[in-house]
Design a binder for this molecule. Structure first.
Ligand SMILES: *[C@@H]1O[C@H](CO)[C@@H](O)[C@H](O)[C@H]1NC(C)=O
Length: 184
């Protein structure tokens, strides 16, 4: 027992020593939790500048075999789509009256809408993604019959949609992320 503990302590030390120089942020995929609904266990995909659940094909360009779902990380309160090279694709929210909580992403230096916010993304103690403590809703009948993702700004049915459901956005650690460039 003692020996085992010593070994695991040592391997932890070695692992942190190796990991120390780069300190890459942890990458994760996101799964929706909303029991007894069509989006329960659905994974988040990124396409055409937006985030979706139950999207059949994201058509992203990936460096290797991707799951087809989005892989992300949080860096300095910004939510970034994982890619190995090229311009960063960052997710923003617009909580203004016009934006109604819309969640989208931009590529590189692409202009953000006036009230877009990039900083405020966080993971809570239950591994749930949130923006300044706020969760999400998903609305059906989006592209390819997917559900579009919105921040829950208290409207219930944002963007003139119907049938939207609140859900928990659970982060699933992805230790072998595949870099992708998602369509804009
Ligand atoms: C992906 O490509 C297929 C085939 O061209 C198309 O039907 C589908 O709408 C595309 N999906 C997205 C999200 O762009």
């Amino acid at each position: 027992m003692m020996l085992l503990q010593t070994i695991s302590t040592l391997s932890l030390l070695v692992a942190s020593a190796i990991a120390a120089p780069q300190k890459a942020p942890a990458t994760f995929d996101v799964m929706a939790l909303r029991s007894a609904s069509p989006i329960h266990f659905a994974q988040v995909s990124a396409a055409k500048g937006g985030l979706f659940l139950n999207l059949p094909h994201s058509n992203a360009t990936c460096e290797g075999k991707s799951s087809g779902h989005a892989t992300l990380y949080i860096e300095g309160e910004e939510l970034v789509l994982y890619s190995c090279k090229g311009e960063k694709q960052k997710v923003f929210v617009d909580r203004s009256g016009m934006g109604q909580g819309v969640v989208r992403y931009v590529t590189g230096e692409q202009a953000l809408p006036r009230y877009a916010e990039l900083k405020g993304w966080a993971t809570d103690k239950n591994k749930n993604l949130n923006f300044k403590g706020t969760g999400f809703v998903a609305c059906p009948h989006s592209i390819d019959d997917s559900w579009s993702l919105w921040l829950d700004v208290g409207l219930g049915q944002p963007g003139g949609n119907k049938g939207c459901l609140g859900f928990t956005a659970r982060e699933l650690e992805n230790k072998k992320p595949v870099g992708c460039r998602y369509t804009q």
